[in-house]
Design a protein around this ligand. Structure first.
Ligand code: C5P
Length: 238
């Protein structure tokens, strides 16, 4: 279960990242590196995590013309990350081209194909935000539509809130990977998350990986909280 817990490395310096990786690499399977940390520290932060034995979820949400996204994702895969993501709104051709080029490079160069994920609709987007950019369909239709499009384009899964999980399972089946943020142990602060689920509930409704940040990083004893989350996840699957 530990392998299915991803710690969100939402920090802004290499030293702080290293502190968390040293503290938690025995407790979690992966570290999520986002735009802030990657823009600040670059590939050396990925290298540091790998040297400490951690996996990396490179959360850069690529969205551009097919050739540009494919080339960037090949570079992400060459870094040895275990997971990365693109925006499904970039379209089927972008996603398909990316998958083909990453697979071809992995075969030619002998590295492993990472788990390739899509983001459907950002959970921060309201329906009025979407209407303002010309998307009139409700989120409950857009999420499964984009998840299905990602699956048909060869991606392995999506990042989605636990509330969206049933819709995605219905559209894409049980083998499609769902990575779920917005996880809060009972009694933990919500921070800026609105719709949250406990680790046990998220696993019970079918999440494959959980992304957890502040409930661990802001805890008095982060290691104990990480262990408690893994224990809670394990109870469900037992
Ligand atoms: O600290 P917290 O547990 O809320 O961190 C969750 C992580 O997951 C953050 O890095 C956040 O950006 C990310 N995330 C999210 N909701 C989404 C997609 C990503 O909270 N829908």
């Amino acid at each position: 279960m530990k392998e299915r817990l991803i710690f969100a490395l939402d920090v802004d310096s290499f030293d702080e990242a290293r502190h968390w990786v040293e503290l938690l690499s025995a407790e979690v399977g992966m570290f999520k590196v986002g735009k802030q940390l990657f823009t600040r520290c670059g590939p050396q932060v990925v290298q540091m995590i790998r040297e400490q034995g951690g996996g990396v979820f490179l959360d850069l949400k690529y969205h551009d013309i097919p050739n540009t996204v494919a080339k960037a994702c090949v570079e992400a895969a060459r870094l040895g990350v275990q997971m990365f993501n693109v925006h499904a709104l970039g379209g089927a051709t972008m996603m398909r081209t990316m998958v083909e080029e990453v697979r071809a490079a992995a075969e030619a160069e002998g590295f492993e194909v990472p788990i390739m994920l899509a983001v459907t609709i950002l959970t921060s987007s309201s329906e009025s935000d979407l209407r303002a950019v010309g998307i009139d369909r409700p989120v409950v239709e857009m999420v499964p539509l984009l998840a299905r499009l990602s699956q048909q384009s060869g991606l392995s899964g999506v990042v989605a809130s636990a509330q969206e999980l049933p819709l995605i399972r219905q559209a894409c089946g049980d083998d499609f990977i769902v990575v779920t943020p917005g996880v809060r142990p009972a009694n933990a602060a919500l921070d800026d998350q609105q719709r949250v689920m406990t680790p046990a509930k998220a696993i019970a409704v079918g999440a494959d990986f959980l992304v957890v940040g502040r409930p661990i990083s802001r805890a008095e004893d982060p290691v104990a909280v990480a262990r408690a989350i893994v224990a809670e996840m394990s109870e469900v699957s037992a």
